[in-house]
Design a protein around this ligand. Structure first.
Ligand SMILES: [Fe+2]
Ligand SMILES: [Fe+2]
Length: 323
């Protein structure tokens, strides 16, 4: 099929994080609390009506975007594994959290299915893998997490904080992909997914803000995040893939600005002033570059499976998948 140049995207490609979080029906809730009933009543499968699947192959899609989408599709589909760990903790004793998690898994599942459908429409294969058997380190981590959660009820605050960081990172990653890939159908699809992710972020963030009011909870959560947090998908996808995705989405000036905004938001949580998160990880792992255009060129020359921008140090620890 003959490909056509993508039409200009709307200026809304790059709304600010604040505009996503503070716009729409959740603006009041940001101040008054999370309206769980409203969230549950709105929870549904991702709206794919009017997505022009037949047009997907008409527009160019860079190999780097395909590789990034495969990573994201896999992580979205991995949510059920993360939930398995969460269900073995006291998190499910909280009716609000338990209710949210049920809707959250439902919505995340459809994100994975939608990304798979997009990849297939683009002519790219989707790697399905067995998730029932985790590697030994992941199983040990799950056992330790469950034991710690039983011994320390405030451990739920760790999960909520982790979730807030990763949901915000995820929605920022999708926004960056929409801007970098410049594919009109993908742009529309990601805009719809981002709306879900912003609601997920808000729930986790509010829960974290409430639970970290306890100084002990804030202190321990900060310690664990400082020690163990790594970007979404770490420990699920190979480290080289996480670095590739970070370089593609956050390697240029605009990407680093977006990463800084993620961190700025998380630093507002109790006990998280000055926390080093996404931006610091990128600084360690990804050498700087100037613009998206030059990055795409460099990536293309290296091919689909190369790790761009040289080697980097290994990550400190695996990170639960939560999107
Ligand atoms: Fe998602
Ligand atoms: Fe999410």
């Amino acid at each position: 099929m003959r490909q056509v140049p993508p039409p200009p995207l709307r200026p809304a490609t790059e709304p600010t994080i604040q505009s996503i979080i503070l716009a729409g029906p959740y603006q009041r809730a940001m101040h008054d609390g999370f309206d769980l009933d409203a969230y549950v009543s709105r929870s549904r499968a991702l709206d794919l009506s009017d997505i022009r699947w037949d047009d997907v192959a008409r527009y160019p899609l860079a190999a780097e975007a395909v590789r990034t989408l495969r990573y994201m599709q896999d992580i979205e589909s991995h949510t059920i594994v993360y939930l398995r760990t969460l269900l073995s903790t006291s998190a499910i004793d909280d009716p609000e959290v338990a209710t949210f998690l049920a809707c959250w898994l439902y919505e995340e599942t459809f994100h994975g299915r939608a990304l798979a459908r997009f990849l297939e429409a683009a002519g790219a294969d989707v790697v399905q893998r067995r998730r029932s058997r985790a590697p030994l380190p992941a199983r040990l981590e799950a056992v330790l997490t469950a034991a710690l959660a039983r011994a320390w009820p405030d451990f739920v605050g760790v999960h909520m904080t982790w979730g807030a960081i990763n949901e915000l990172t995820t929605l920022t990653g999708y926004r960056r992909l929409a801007a970098v890939a410049r594919h009109p159908v993908l742009f529309e699809l990601l805009a719809r997914i981002v709306r879900d992710e912003s609601r997920h972020f808000f729930f986790y963030y509010r829960q974290a803000a409430l639970r970290l009011r306890s100084p002990a909870a804030a202190r321990i959560t900060r310690f664990l995040v400082d020690r163990f947090w790594a970007p979404v998908g770490s420990g699920v996808q190979p480290t080289s893939e996480t670095r590739f995705l970070a370089a593609y989405l956050f390697g240029d000036n605009e990407g680093r600005d977006a990463a800084r905004k993620v961190d700025d938001r998380i630093r507002l949580l109790p006990g998280f002033a000055g926390a080093s998160l996404l931006e610091a990880w990128i600084e360690r792992e990804i050498p700087p570059r100037r613009s998206v255009g030059s990055a795409a060129g460099r990536l293309s020359r290296h091919g689909d499976h190369a790790v761009p921008w040289g080697s980097a140090i290994s990550m400190r620890s695996s990170s639960a998948a939560i999107t």
